[in-house]
Structures are given as C-alpha cells and as structure tokens.
Design a protein. Structure first.
Length: 329
C-alpha cells in the first residue's frame, strides 16, 4: 500500500482551494516530498492564484536521487535544488527557503553563504532552517552573524502535545535577539489507536505492515510509549469539555504557547481540513494547559535534568539572551 498522508493532484487542489477559502495563505513543502511531486502539484495550483497572496516555503537537503551530489547542503546541491523547485512550483521566487536538516558533511560557511547569495539575487526572500538541535541552531546563528549574512528568520521543528520534547531544554528555541519565528509541525494524533491495540490503519498501520518502513518514518509511527497514550486520553477528556476533537486540542495547545509563531497543519480530506482550521473562538484554561504539559513532557536525561534543576530560580531577566530555558512551568 502507498505511504499514508499523500493525496493525488485533484484532491490536493480541492484541499488548497478550501484552505484559501478559510483565509490560509502559507504553503509549506519540500523538494523531497514525493521526490518533487508535492512541489509540482502545489505549483499547478499556485499558477492559477495571485502569487503575492501566498507565502511559499520549501526546503532542500534531502536525497533527490540523481547522482552522488543529489543530497546535502553543498553549494552545488543547493543551487540545483532551488532551480528545480522554482520550476516545479511555477514561480520565480520562494518566500522562505529552508535547510531541511543539518548536514554534517558540509561547512556551515558554505551552506549559508550560498543561501545568502540566493537572497541577494532574488531567487529567495528569506532563509529558514528545519529539524535542528539547540546547539546546531546557535552555531548557524553565530556563523551568519560572523560572516555578515542575511540571518535565518524561521525555525521549523516537529512539536505537538504528543511530542513535547521541544518544550524542554533540548529545544532549539530561537535566541531572543535574533527575531526567529518558530513554526511547529507534527502529526496530530486522532485517538484511532487505543492503548494495547495493534494498529491497522493510518501511519502506524502502514509501518506495522512492513518493519522495513521503520527507517522511513518517525519512531512514533512504529511504537507509542505510554506517555503518548496518557496524553491522548487527557486531550480527549479536555476536548469533550469544549466539544472539540483531540487534534483540535493539540493545535490549540500549540497556538497558546508563547514560543509558537505558527502551526503547520496537513489534511487528507476536506472534513479533516475544516476541523483543523476551526480552532479559533475558544481557549484552553491555564489548568488545562498545565495538565497537558505535565502528562506529555518526557523525563530529561543527564545532564539536562541536572542543569534545569540547579538553575531553578536563577533566571536572569535582565540578560536573558545568552541562555535557553525550558518553557514548561
């Protein structure tokens, strides 16, 4: 069976039409999604729209399979990737061009000088990063500052109430002085899989069909710890109070966090899209937010637990730009 979460061109265009009708104007994709097919489908829809009405973001780094240089963040791969993405997207510029992950094989200086060149020649408007750790983010920020390059403006990481590792000191939270916005993405679990049951549908069911697919997917696709089920059950109970779904509670939890700038959603049906977009007009209480924080936050390993514990009450609010602290109270 096909990888879950993928839609054909007709359904994708219907979803994008409905998304625009809701007032949505941000489109996030990547060259490696469907090995270019995602950008192509978005592009055939985008060419029928007023281009300046939408913020288009895409990414490079993934293996596109054409030769040994088809992966990474080298100057060669980035320059080819942006040309290919622009062609598939039917546009002459990308609003935000993101590195899809860190590349150990390429110097940061080479990567971000190349991104800076793309800004200067007008092929991209801004630079962003995705899927990096805290120390990697700081290295990137410092490198750009030292070289006088256009700074990154966004950080896209997988955050949800079911994967709240990024609300701990592991988190690559944007350093305060640099005006970096945080975009969160991650599958919004719906509660279809119950504790103790073998998954038969969706992403978990897809992985269960073939163990080799574990290498292609996030660990939560193949096994969910008790903490995730605890969180699902808490979100379900809170949702019943508000007449909302588990997914809506998860989105609301993200939107109410100070660190979150925007939430990236996905959908494979119009009903799912409508549900995900219908998250305004209600709020989670402080008690409900705290409950979800408590049940979802994983235990910290050494030394992060020790650092957090020993710095309780030591926050310097007059010079808070040189350290990163947990946003979990």
């Amino acid at each position: 069976s096909g990888r879950p979460g993928q839609c054909d061109e007709s359904l994708t265009h219907q979803l994008l039409d409905r998304y625009a009708a809701w007032g949505g104007n941000f489109l996030d994709t990547a060259d490696v999604y469907g090995t270019g097919n995602s950008e192509t489908v978005v592009g055939t829809w985008l060419e029928r729209q007023k281009r300046e009405d939408f913020v288009v973001a895409t990414k490079c780094r993934g293996n596109m399979g054409y030769n040994v240089n088809s992966v990474g963040l080298s100057r060669r791969h980035i320059t080819k990737s942006i040309e290919d993405s622009l062609r598939r997207l039917h546009t002459d510029y990308v609003d935000v061009y993101q590195t899809h992950a860190f590349d150990n094989a390429t110097p940061l200086e080479e990567t971000f000088r190349t991104m800076d060149d793309l800004v200067r020649c007008g092929k991209i408007r801004y630079v962003g990063v995705s899927n990096v750790s805290g120390w990697q983010l700081q290295k990137i920020v410092d490198t750009q500052k030292q070289l006088g390059l256009n700074p990154i403006v966004s950080l896209q990481v997988g955050v949800s109430v079911f994967l709240s590792l990024y609300t701990t000191p592991f988190s690559p939270q944007p350093p305060t002085p640099y005006c970096i916005s945080l975009w969160s993405f991650r599958g919004l679990l719906t509660g279809k899989v119950k504790r103790g049951e073998k998954p038969t549908q969706g992403r978990l069911g897809w992985v269960a069909e073939d163990a080799k697919r574990n290498m292609q997917s996030h660990p939560l696709w193949s096994a969910m710890p008790d903490r995730v089920f605890d969180t699902i059950e808490a979100a379900e109970a809170i949702g019943k109070v508000h007449g909302r779904s588990i997914a809506q509670v998860s989105i609301r939890w993200l939107l109410q966090r100070d660190v979150t700038t925007s939430v990236i959603i996905g959908a494979t049906s119009l009903a799912q899209l409508d549900q995900n977009m219908d998250v305004n007009g209600w709020t989670l209480s402080a008690q409900e937010m705290a409950q979800l924080d408590q049940v979802s936050t994983p235990d910290l390993p050494y030394p992060y637990e020790m650092v957090t514990r020993m710095n309780q009450g030591r926050d310097n609010h007059y010079a808070n730009d040189y350290y990163v602290k947990s946003v979990v109270s």
